[in-house]
Design a protein around this ligand. Structure first.
Ligand SMILES: [Zn+2]
Ligand SMILES: [Zn+2]
Length: 376
C-alpha cells in the first residue's frame, strides 16, 4: 500500500514523537494491518524508560493490538482482507530448524530468529496506524476475532494469554490455598482462571486499591494492601497459620499457601513469595522482575519449595476464551487515550494507583466502546 501513516516513535528514552512515516511494505508471507486499538504493556515500561529490550532506538514500540487486514501476501492462507484480527507479540520465523521440527499448532520456543522478529521489540510495533505481522503462522501468530468481541476487548487478548498459559502450571487442586502477588493485568489474568478451581481460597496482594477492588469484583476472596493491612506474609500466616519447617539459621516462619503466583515483577515480592508458600508448596514466577532478590537458599532446600519458571502461553487460548465470552476484559481497561497522547498514557499506565490496562485508540474513526473508566 502506498502512502504515509502516523506513528509515535520512541526517539530516545522517555521521548515519544509523532511522525509521518511510509506505510510498511509486506512480503509474500506477511499481512499489513490497520491498527484499531492497542494496549500499553508492563514490558513496554523498561523500553520507554531506558530503551531496554529493543536492539536500538528510534523504534515504534507496542505489541498488543486489535486490527483489520488491509493487505496480504500471496502465500498467506486462511485469512482475507477485511478480517478482524489480533496477533502475538512473539513471532516464530517458521523456517529455521526449530520451527520446522515443531508440530503444527505448537509454539516453537527454540526458534533461532525469535528475538529479532518480536513485534514492538525490534520490528515496528503497534503504536502506529499500520503494522505488519511477518511470516504469518495461522493459529500461532494471527487470530480472527468474532463479531461479538469489539476492538477494545480484542486488544486485550495478548495480555490475557499470560494467565491462560500460567495458571495450570503449578497444578492447583480443589481446595487449594492460593496467593497472587500483584493485581495488575497479569495477576488479574491468573485470577480469572483460578477462580474456577473448586473450593480454592484466593488471596490477592497489591498496593493499589483500584486493582484490589477490581480483583474483588472478579472473585478474589481476600484482598491485601500491605500499606494498610500490614505485611503480606503476616496476613497469610494470620489466615492459614504458621507452618514451621527445618531451618538452621533463623526464624522458622512460613506461610501456608499451596501456590503463590508472583505477578508483580518486584524482586522483593518474589523473595517473599517463597516465604508465603508452605513447605512443599509451589512458587510460579510470572511477573517480569527488575533487579535482584535476596533469599535464603534454605527456604527452597529445607522447605522443599518448588520454583516454576517460564514465559507465557499461546495467545490462541485467550482469543478462544474472549471469543467465547469467558474472560472479563472490559473491566480491566481503565483509560483510553488517542495515539497523539501516548506519552501521557504511559504516565498513567505506570501509575498502579490509577490504572490497570491503559488502551490507545489508534484509529480515530473506530467506534468508542464502554470500559471501566477511571479518573487520572
Ligand atoms: Zn504485553
Ligand atoms: Zn524459527
Amino acid at each position: 500500500m502506498e502512502g504515509t501513516m502516523k506513528a509515535m516513535v520512541l526517539e530516545e528514552p522517555k521521548k515519544l514523537v509523532l511522525k509521518e512515516m511510509p506505510i510498511p511494505k509486506i512480503g509474500p508471507r506477511d499481512v499489513l494491518l490497520k491498527t484499531k486499538y492497542a494496549g500499553i504493556c508492563g514490558s513496554d515500561f523498561p523500553i520507554y524508560k531506558e530503551g531496554l529490550f529493543v536492539p536500538k532506538l528510534p523504534q515504534v514500540i507496542g505489541h498488543e493490538a486489535s486490527a483489520v487486514i488491509v493487505e496480504k501476501g500471496e502465500l498467506v492462507e486462511g485469512f482475507e482482507v477485511g478480517d478482524r484480527v489480533t496477533g502475538t507479540n512473539i513471532q516464530f520465523c517458521g523456517h529455521c530448524p526449530a520451527c520446522l521440527a515443531t508440530p503444527e499448532g505448537e509454539l516453537a520456543w527454540g526458534c533461532e530468529n525469535i528475538a529479532s522478529l518480536g513485534l514492538g521489540f525490534g520490528v515496528q510495533g503497534v503504536f502506529a496506524e499500520y503494522f505488519v505481522i511477518h511470516d504469518v503462522l495461522p493459529g500461532i501468530s494471527l487470530f480472527k476475532i468474532d463479531d461479538s468481541v469489539d476492538d477494545l476487548e480484542a486488544a486485550m487478548c495478548e495480555p490475557m494469554c499470560t494467565g491462560e498459559g500460567w495458571w495450570s502450571v503449578p497444578d492447583p487442586q480443589p481446595g487449594a490455598r492460593i496467593v497472587i502477588i500483584g493485581a495488575g493485568i497479569i495477576g488479574e489474568s491468573i485470577l480469572q482462571q483460578v477462580i474456577h478451581v473448586p473450593d480454592a481460597e484466593i488471596v490477592i496482594v497489591d498496593y493499589s486499591d483500584l486493582r484490589l477492588r477490581v480483583a474483588k469484583e472478579m472473585g478474589a476472596h481476600h484482598i491485601v494492601n500491605p500499606a494498610r493491612d500490614g505485611d503480606a506474609l503476616d496476613y497469610v500466616i494470620g489466615l492459614w497459620g504458621n507452618k514451621e519447617f527445618l531451618y538452621n539459621y533463623g526464624e522458622r516462619v512460613s506461610g501456608n499457601a499451596d501456590i503463590v503466583y508472583e505477578c508483580s515483577g518486584n524482586a522483593k515480592a518474589w523473595a517473599q513469595a517463597i516465604q508465603i508458600a508452605r513447605p512443599g508448596g509451589k512458587v510460579a514466577t510470572v511477573g517480569t522482575c527488575e533487579g535482584m532478590a535476596e533469599v535464603s537458599p534454605q527456604w527452597i532446600q529445607l522447605k522443599q519449595v518448588q520454583l516454576l519458571g517460564g514465559l507465557y502461553g499461546g495467545i490462541g487460548q485467550s482469543v478462544a476464551d474472549i471469543n467465547a465470552g469467558k474472560l472479563r476484559v472490559r473491566e480491566l481497561a481503565t483509560q483510553v487515550f488517542p495515539l497523539e497522547q501516548l506519552d501521557e498514557a504511559f504516565q498513567v499506565a505506570m501509575d498502579a494507583q490509577k490504572s490497570i490496562k491503559v488502551i490507545i485508540k489508534v484509529d480515530q474513526d473506530a467506534p468508542d466502546y464502554p470500559y471501566n473508566k477511571q479518573p487520572y
